[in-house]
Design a protein around this ligand. Structure first.
Ligand code: NDP
Length: 483
């Protein structure tokens, strides 16, 4: 077993005050990797006290000093990128190649990006009535960062970097299912001599640790990424305290294939949009809407491409899909596959682990085959509820208006993609989707300067570039009358 994961509070690694622990399990093998603290509100209290003590000195550092720290963290994570990829692959069951290409790489680039963004960012001044208005930014103070299990360090670093850049101190809680890379970030912070108390990490369960962070009156801002049901609890808890709140929640994203789409050229992109990380990316397209005139052709090409995905041991270089996050989660995904059949759907490929077992992997692993289902109404439960696994449904439409109506017919509005030979047509179509992001002929193509976030039940607020700077700072307008 690896050494136990500990909380990181005031620059020191410490167990939970109550001494209890949880196990973190490799979902591809069922093996216990190590233990982590099962912390309580007492540990959140200690972390918050440390963050508040560290706040004045950290807020007093210059922007250039903080930028230098972000570069040092990025350098250290870059040196450790293979370690980060290995830890992430073990903790999540995702393929090592994916963990290297996406998780380890993006964790470095989040710190690098915000360091460079901070160096370039400046606020405007406004002159009117003989006065100049200057914008003055101060940190919020101590912020709470709560993150899910699908992209553990990728999503945590997306919040930590801008929070530090703007002079805040942090109490962070990763998912208890995936504590290893957040712990490694703390190891890196200690190694490079990062100031104690500025970054604190408390491990444990959401209702204990996450809830205590959101409830804490001295934590003045919370950035939360996770499911919509949890987001509602977070919002209801934080609202009466008028905390700054950023909510990045669930999705049920549409992938729209127009009649002129060059199917052979785009097929790899469509498979990637559907099944990256076993479909456990909030941005994955889980409903594919296809023009009826090309539906049959699309179906056969897509099914063939999906059947060529290599599902297997995540530690093997050639594996393109590993396990899902846990047996519980596999059970949830399988319940949706069974529901789809009850709702009249036909499974074209894949299915439950009983019906379509994955060969050559640990029998204790939570594996599923990528699954494609047709024949469902676009308003069925399977086609409107977030499954967050390797399951997509296919639906035919007859007109662009019908495609828009189908794409918008869920309570979510996080992302979508449109595939067409005519980029102008794709651009026009994209403007009619009720979502925070639409990709045209691409997917998960991210410029970190752009706003990221959802509408409807997919969240409130935007992060990325200037939007993160705005979230993680308070603005004072100083109006100076000119002589
Ligand atoms: P959850 O909502 O279950 O958990 C997210 C985090 O919140 C975890 O750290 C969890 O802890 C914690 N938490 C649970 N209860 C509370 C509470 N009462 N107060 C505060 N924090 C709490 O999401 P999952 O981890 O299952 O992640 C999957 C979800 O995340 C999907 O819905 C997905 O769409 C969404 N997501 C959204 C993204 C976006 O950018 N919009 C990006 C990635 C994922 P614990 O794990 O211990 O329960």
């Amino acid at each position: 077993m690896m050494d136990p994961v500990l909380n990181f509070i005031d620059g020191a690694f410490v167990p939970a005050q109550n001494g209890t622990t949880l196990n973190t399990v490799n979902p591809a093998t069922g093996e216990v990797i190590t233990t982590l603290p099962k912390s309580s509100s007492d540990d959140v209290e200690a972390a918050t006290a440390a963050a508040l003590r560290a706040a004045p000195a950290w807020a007093a550092t210059t922007m250039d000093e903080r930028i230098a720290w972000l570069h040092r963290i990025a350098d250290a994570l870059e040196d450790d990128r293979e370690t980060v990829a290995q830890l992430e692959s073990k903790d999540t069951g995702k393929p090592i190649a994916l963990a290297r290409r996406v998780d380890a790489a993006r964790s470095v680039s989040n710190f690098r990006f915000f360091a460079e963004f901070g160096a370039q960012h400046s606020d405007p001044t406004f002159t009117d009535h003989g006065a100049i208005n200057h914008l003055h930014r101060s940190p919020i103070g101590c912020v709470g960062l709560i993150t899910p299990w699908n992209l553990p360090l990728y999503l945590l670093s997306w919040k930590v970097a801008p929070a530090l850049l703007m002079g805040n101190t942090i109490v962070a809680k990763p998912s208890e299912l995936t504590p290893l890379t957040a712990n490694h970030l703390a190891v890196v912070m200690e190694r490079i001599g990062f100031p104690s108390g500025v970054f604190n990490l408390v491990h444990g369960l959401g209702p204990d640790v996450g809830q205590a962070i959101v409830e804490h009156p001295d934590i003045r801002g919370v950035s939360f990424t996770g499911g919509t049901a949890t987001g509602k609890i977070v919002a209801a808890t934080a609202a009466p305290m008028f905390k700054k709140l950023s909510l990045e929640l669930g999705g049920k994203n549409a992938t729209v294939v127009l009649d002129d789409a060059p199917l052979d050229e785009i097929m790899a992109g469509l498979v990637r949009a559907s099944f990256t990380n076993s479909g456990q990316v909030c941005l994955c397209g889980s409903r594919i809407l296809v023009d009826a005139s090309i539906y049959e052709l699309f179906k056969s090409k897509f099914t063939e491409a999906v059947e060529s995905i290599t599902v297997g041991d995540p530690s093997e270089e050639q594996t393109s899909m590993g396990s899902v996050i846990s047996h519980d989660h596999r059970g949830k995904v399988e319940s949706y596959i069974r529901l789809a059949v009850e709702e009249g759907g036909r499974v074209l490929t894949g299915g439950t682990s009983g019906d379509a077992p994955v060969e050559g992997v640990s029998q204790q692993g939570a594996f599923l085959r990528p699954t494609v289902i047709e024949g469902l109404s676009h308003t069925s439960r399977t086609a409107t509820e977030e499954i967050f696994g390797p399951v997509v449904t296919l639906h035919a439409f007859h007109t662009e208006d019908e495609a828009v109506e189908m794409a918008n017919a869920t309570e979510y509005g996080l992302a979508g993609s449109v595939w067409t030979a005519d980029t102008e047509r794709g651009h026009r179509f994209a403007q009619r989707l009720d979502t925070g992001i639409v990709w045209v002929n691409t997917w998960l193509n991210r410029d970190l300067r752009t706003p990221f976030g959802g509408v409807k039940q997919s969240g409130v607020g935007r992060e990325g570039g200037a939007w993160s700077v705005n979230f993680f700072s308070e603005l004072t307008n100083i109006c100076v009358q000119q002589p």
